[in-house]
Ligand binder design. Structure first.
Ligand code: MLT
Length: 269
């Protein structure tokens, strides 16, 4: 059983919807692009006996309304405001892909509120010029064809080859999730990702425990990105999820949760 709640800080433009399950030390899980909090459904259920698992909808996704400015700073600020509201001083912060970019920004701005980190299927580097051009094209696709066209364009990269061949239910779940994203959120998040800072230089200074998890078949943020982060971050553990792609937490949720549980135990939770 999960609780679904909304909090507003000041104006409705800043309202954030979130879902939570369990009690204990807070674990905040940030979804990727163009996802919503339902990305973490298997973790809300699978980890709630160990932690208070909280999954927000980033602004512009799920039930959180779109609101400029679009930046990693805004996304991270919304997570900090949610923590304030819930009177959470420190949390384990987890993010998948774009959620990982938000986690890096959160660490940069609110480092004293980070107990430990889970970086799933993400990368530390900023966008190349080529990637920025692809993002502008995706903005155009969103504005002309809507979220469905974005989901069509993204679905193959989003899911590993094995899952695509063997789990049509997961392909359908991810396609439906991406198709439901509001166009304003899609366009805004692409802007935020294009302008995000490079986090590579901060890796060697991260002084909290970090779990890096990545699907073996992740085509969007390949294993080599995770290996590079693991080599640079002093207290990090690398877990490669076999036969999973970019959404490794869904493609093999049992393995992902088992890796996460070992990590939680190693940091005392
Ligand atoms: C995501 O899953 O969040 C995106 O693939 C991230 C990105 O496009 O860089």
């Amino acid at each position: 059983m999960t609780d679904q709640k909304r909090f507003s800080s000041g104006s409705s433009a800043r309202s954030v919807f979130y879902e939570e399950a369990g009690k204990g030390f807070p674990l905040i899980l940030i979804h990727g692009f163009p996802h919503n909090r339902s990305l973490w459904a298997d973790q809300l259920f699978g980890l709630c006996d160990r932690c208070r698992v909280i999954a927000p909808d980033l602004r512009g996704f799920g039930e959180s309304p779109p609101a400029p400015p679009w930046s990693m700073e805004s996304f991270a600020g919304d997570i900090a405001a949610l923590m304030e509201r819930l009177e959470i001083e420190k949390a384990i912060i987890g993010g998948l892909s774009m959620g990982g970019y938000v986690a890096f920004e959160f660490l940069r701005r609110y480092g004293d509120r980070v107990h430990s980190l889970i970086l799933a299927d993400t990368r530390a580097g900023a966008d190349s010029d080529e990637t920025k051009a692809k993002r502008r094209e995706l903005q155009r696709i969103a504005q002309t064809g809507g979220a469905q066209a974005v989901a069509d364009a993204q679905i193959v990269g989003m899911i590993g080859a094995t899952t695509r061949e063997t789990r049509p239910d997961i392909v359908q779940r991810m396609h439906a999730m991406m198709s439901s994203a509001p166009v304003e959120g899609i366009v805004g998040a692409l802007e935020a990702m294009m302008n995000r800072p490079d986090s590579t230089r901060m890796l060697s200074e991260i002084n909290v425990p970090v779990l890096i998890a990545v699907g073996e078949e992740d085509a969007l943020t390949p294993v080599k990105e995770s290996r590079a982060m693991h080599e640079a971050i002093p207290h990090s553990t690398l877990a490669i999820i076999p036969k999973a792609g970019h959404v490794s937490n869904i493609e093999d949720h049992l393995e992902f949760n088992s890796v996460a549980r070992n990590f939680l135990a190693s940091v005392g939770h």
